[in-house]
Design a protein around this ligand. Structure first.
Ligand code: VGL
Ligand code: ZN
Length: 191
């Protein structure tokens, strides 16, 4: 499959806290970085837009355990853990979308409380190539919203990784995305 006009690369939450050694680390989360870097090169070469979402929470965010949530404190805005992985070759052209910025509300989807939809419309984006972390939370919710909003979604299966709080969460998330019409391909199938 060849990315073309109307396509955009969407990189979900490839931040230090979600990578091995981070506060909410996804096991083998770093495996997504190589495939994502190759897609970045491809989209840059074709002058196609690249988006990177980031979890960007206030330090007393409602999703944190000490404030009644289910997660350890993670991705606090401006902290080291909230930074994108230093191995991710994010170009200066990439459009960065911060989410989960309100204390009282969590936002797993990149569309929630952001202007992502408006930017896609302005740029004529119709199809998303989705990568990043984590399959069973932010990737899942972003893809389901995108499909509901009328975007086609190609999910790159070797460029996503699950938290798997419960065994099989990642696989169930993949099934839910497929059932709603997302296409799954490997990075090597995109050229
Ligand atoms: C995420 C858990 C909590 C994610 C964000 O990016 O998938 N997961 N906050
Ligand atoms: Zn979060």
């Amino acid at each position: 499959m060849k990315p073309q006009k109307g396509d955009a690369l969407l990189i979900v939450d490839v931040q230090r806290d979600f990578l091995p050694g981070g506060a909410l680390s996804v096991k083998e989360g770093d495996k997504v970085i190589g495939p994502i870097n190759r897609l970045i090169s491809l989209f840059l070469k074709r002058s196609l837009p690249i988006f990177a979402t980031r979890d960007w929470h206030p330090k007393d965010h409602t999703s944190f355990m000490e404030f009644g949530g289910i997660w350890p404190s993670h991705c606090v805005a401006e902290s080291k853990g909230a930074a994108f992985s230093e191995d991710l070759r994010l170009p200066k052209e990439a459009i960065i979308i911060s989410k989960g910025t309100k204390r009282e509300k969590d936002a797993y989807s990149g569309f929630e409380g952001t202007n992502l939809y408006e930017i896609f419309k302005d740029l004529g984006v119709r199809r998303l190539f989705v990568t990043g972390l984590a399959t069973d939370y932010c990737v899942l919710n972003t893809v389901l919203d995108a499909l509901r909003l009328g975007f086609e979604c190609v999910v790159i299966e070797d460029a996503i990784m699950a938290v798997d709080l419960k065994d099989g969460d990642g696989q169930r998330a993949i099934k839910r995305m497929k059932d709603k019409g997302a296409i799954f391909l490997k990075q090597g199938e995109i050229e």
